[in-house]
Design a protein around this ligand. Structure first.
Ligand code: AMP
Length: 214
């Protein structure tokens, strides 16, 4: 199964993708995670994209397309994958189609997590994650059961994303509405798009996605 999760920053794509990864045994591919890893490693790619990512703008299509094409070709993607944060422009969506068609593959489902802008700044600004296992938390909505200790792995160090601040979130939302939302009609016309209410609680969103996947 090959899926795309679409939605503005903070809509819950990463959380839902992790759940689907476990349930369906398919790989979660987050272009944002790949870029953050490249930045942390100090690679040439990381140096090239650092400033763009930190100000909340979109990385050029050519860089992203090359990165995802290489990733999709890896053996662990043969059973399927969940794309989170890609495609983010119509050009990326078209390039993805060309990539898949060349392998006689196609996207089975595109799930849009619909969330209004207003709650997103609050959702995103309070996010942090375990430095060891990546489990996600929130200052207000989901603190670890024992303060300062990761529920999942017992880790005691946590990270906050540099671009998870109110000013950058505004730029990321503008990029979403201006450059990413135009993808929705592209997939609607193909008959693969299902919209899910991303404001519902996480379990209800998971259930709605699973229903959409049949
Ligand atoms: P995310 O983790 O998906 O919120 O992505 C974090 C940042 O990485 C974005 O704000 C962009 O700067 C960059 N990024 C991630 N995926 C893409 C993409 N498909 N196209 C362009 N830029 C991207």
């Amino acid at each position: 199964m090959k899926l795309i999760l679409l939605g503005p920053p903070g809509a819950g794509k990463g959380t839902q993708a992790k759940r689907l990864e476990e349930k369906y045994g398919i790989v979660h591919l987050s272009t944002g995670d790949m870029l953050r890893e490249a930045i942390a490693s100090g690679s040439d790619l990381g140096k090239e994209v650092k400033e763009i990512v930190e100000k909340g703008a979109l990385v050029p299509d050519a860089i992203i397309i090359q990165m995802i094409e290489a990733r999709i070709a890896a053996p662990d993607c043969s059973k399927g994958f969940i794309l989170d944060g890609f495609p983010r422009t119509v050009a990326q969506a078209e390039a993805l189609d060309v990539m898949l068609t060349g392998k006689r593959l196609h996207i089975d489902h595109v799930i849009e997590l619909a969330v209004e802008d207003a709650p997103l700044v609050k959702r995103i600004s309070g996010r942090f994650s375990c430095a060891a296992c990546g489990a996600g938390y929130h200052d207000e909505f989901k603190r670890p059961a024992s303060e300062g200790v990761c529920d999942a792995c017992g880790g005691k160090a946590f990270n906050r994303r540099k671009d998870d601040n109110p000013e950058t979130v505004k730029a990321r939302l503008e990029a979403y509405h201006g450059q990413t939302a135009p993808i929705l009609p592209y997939y609607r016309e193909k008959g693969v798009l299902v919209t899910v209410d991303g404001m519902a609680d996480f379990n209800a969103v998971t259930a709605a996605i699973e229903e959409a996947l049949g």
